[in-house]
Design a binder for this molecule. Sequence first.
Ligand SMILES: [Zn+2]
Length: 323
Amino acid sequence: MSETTVDAFEAKRNEIKASKPKPYEKKEITYDKKNYVNTKLEDNELEKEFQLRIIPLTNDSDDIFEEVYFHWDNKAQKSLVCPKRTKHVPDGTNKECPYCDVEEGFWAEYRVEKDETRKKSYMASANEHKAQPSSVFRTIQRENGISDGPKFWKVSEAVVDDVESAKNQNKKANINIFDLKTGKDLFVKFKKEEKKQKNGKTKLQTKYASLYADLAQTPALEDEKLLNEWVSDEKKWYNVFTLKSYEFMEIVLNGGEPWFHKPLDKWIDKKDLKAIQEEAERKVEEQAEEQTEDTGESEYDNEAEETTTVGSTTPQEEDDLPF
Ligand SMILES: [Zn+2]
């Protein structure tokens, strides 16, 4: 018979912990604007051209881009990756999505509703919660001839169409614009357009205008070693446009502010923090009372210790979606 040891207990605990799917919302990579292509126009600029080189999307595949669905939450002014509609999400990702659930709910109402006005309103609400497709490229951006690492670029279908045209035109001349040594940079133009708002006023909005491939074929980076380093960079699109958990998204959807509660190891709405703390304190008191009645109940010791730290939470990270 084998000996029962503390090590065996710990080994089992570690094995179980390691086998659980990684919670991507607790990202290893914190928000850094360096990870995103910058297509921002300054106040005094009406249009601007950006120079980019598309590189493979990951270090371990030949993919050039990924289709990623996003929910735009107008109230929260947040863009959230839809785990349900996005096809290629990391293994272990919970594919359920609260926004899609709400959208489906409105469609169900729409189908049974007879009144035309209400029907229209259900349709509008369903569409408001619908995930929209975007594509994500990985690039090297040159700003005044300087690049500082691989950057992810979230684009509309119009951009993908134009990248495809540039690719096709060059293909006729036997040029692969994506080749790291003999490919081509892209020049992408953005300009400000007047957009009418609901209140009747107009506002300038930056929009994609056009793109074309460079005439010259150039290496993606002159420094081959550095290029190799950047192409091998482990950051994936979902580390930069992070997938949030169902709970996180549900809180945003309900107009709350997600707050990671470390002792509870889950996302809560910040407004519930006080109530949760009070509840925890009440439990501690209860347990203390029980312990005085029966000192044999030592199993409460750890729990009591944990619950007293309930108020401490991790500092909230900056939102990672600058859109
Ligand atoms: Zn969704």
